[in-house]
Design a protein around this ligand. Structure first.
Ligand SMILES: [Mg+2]
Length: 390
């Protein structure tokens, strides 16, 4: 096997897999990518997406990349791209520079000691280290996580313009291209009654399609009680985060009345929060996201925690580019179960992805990249062109 970066070494040196894998540079940049259409949530809307892309360099010259996604500033969660970049530069990078990239668990602990929470920032650095280590050794990141069990995952598409005519046309285009047959409708930016009218039109226009609804915390318990029966009549298969995080008992009460399963998203970042949501009956499905878990192994541990509590798993996204999607897919490919597939449509909603070769979307599935590291290569010219200038 030709191992990049150590081909000039003696057999004894080559046998030391740690040699040349010290972390020499961590460089985060902010990029702003326009989206193909307006994307609305209950509390914000975006026409461009901002990310922090982290470049990690090892002593043997290998470079790896990782990504932190946000959605419309520090709204979906408390981290903004500006804060993510500043905290990587000031705290996370100094905590791991000079350490060996293969010490994944130790590097994670060093970053946690340097900055509490900051999960999106830590997840981006951790992804870049997994990519660099894998590329340096010529091994896919999924191998470090237990090895892949699947090579493709059913992927849904989100309808989030708020205009039913546009959304139906968009969904029909995805269906006829055989790219997506499961759709997520964002609710909460219209009144509940208007959202029900919109949902009725969409479900009637898309017979046979599975429809998931994401309320992004916009409803009260009373609103949920009033409208859940109508959503059940419409055949909605899953409702995501109807109430605010912390309303465990109220969410548990609506879940008990609902014939549609409730998915926990913003309400659970930590393992303890996952357990609290599951044991209070507030959620029976968990949305996995790197920006919540703060690292690839942490994401896999979150999946194990949710599964141990009896929750089903859903691969969530925050409109990551192909790079961020690849980091999620490296983990998702190794999970024993992933009942609800994933929603990594982000590479298709940004006008310019940052990859040399885009990730394949085919026959309603996203294909897991298989090359060394995260299996994708950054187009450095595109990255430089989209990097926010100081
Ligand atoms: Mg969500």
């Amino acid at each position: 096997m030709n191992v990049p970066g150590i081909s000039g070494l003696s057999p004894a040196e080559r046998a030391d897999h740690r040699l040349g894998r010290d972390i020499t540079r961590i460089e985060p940049v902010i990029v702003d990518l326009p989206t193909t259409r307006r994307h609305r949530l209950s509390n914000t809307e975006v026409t461009f997406q901002s990310y922090v892309i982290v470049r990690a360099e090892l002593a043997d010259g290998t470079v790896g990349y990782g990504e932190a996604a946000t959605l419309g500033g520090p709204r979906w969660a408390e981290e903004s791209v500006e804060a993510i970049k500043a905290n990587i530069d000031a705290y996370l990078a100094p905590a791991i520079l000079g350490r060996n990239a293969l010490d994944f668990e130790a590097n994670l602990l060093a970053m946690k000691k340097a900055a509490s929470r900051n999960n999106a920032a830590r997840g981006a650095v951790d992804s870049a280290l997994f990519d660099a280590a894998g590329k340096s050794l010529g091994l896919p990141t999924s191998l470090f996580l237990g090895g892949a069990l699947r090579d493709r995952i059913e992927v849904l598409w989100a309808l989030a313009s708020g205009d039913a005519d546009q959304e139906i046309e968009e969904a029909k285009g995805k269906l006829s291209a055989r790219e997506h047959r499961r759709f997520k409708i964002k609710l909460g930016f219209h009144s509940p009654a208007d959202d029900m009218a919109r949902l009725t039109r969409i479900t009637e226009a898309l017979p046979g399609c599975e429809i998931v609804c994401d309320v992004n915390q916009a409803w009260s318990e009373a609103t949920a009680i009033r409208y859940l029966p109508r959503m059940a009549e419409l055949g909605i298969v899953l409702i995501e985060q109807p109430l605010r995080p912390g309303l465990l008992e109220a969410t548990g009460r609506i879940a008990a009345r609902s014939s549609i399963p409730i998915m926990t998203d913003e309400a659970a970042f930590t393992g303890a929060e996952i357990v609290a949501n599951a044991t209070s009956g507030a959620g029976s499905v968990y949305s996995l996201k790197l920006v919540k878990s703060g690292g690839l192994m942490e994401l896999k541990r979150a999946a194990g925690t949710a599964q141990a509590c009896g929750m089903e798993l859903y691969g969530g996204c925050l409109l990551e580019t192909g790079l961020g999607a690849a980091a999620h897919l490296a983990v998702f490919s190794t999970l024993p179960t992933l009942e609800w597939g994933c929603e990594h449509f982000g590479p298709r909603i940004v006008k310019t992805d940052l990859l040399r070769e885009p990730i394949t979307f085919k026959d309603f599935h996203i294909h897991c990249p298989t090359g060394p590291g995260l299996g994708v290569d950054i187009n450095e010219d595109a990255l430089a062109a989209m990097t926010r200038k100081a």
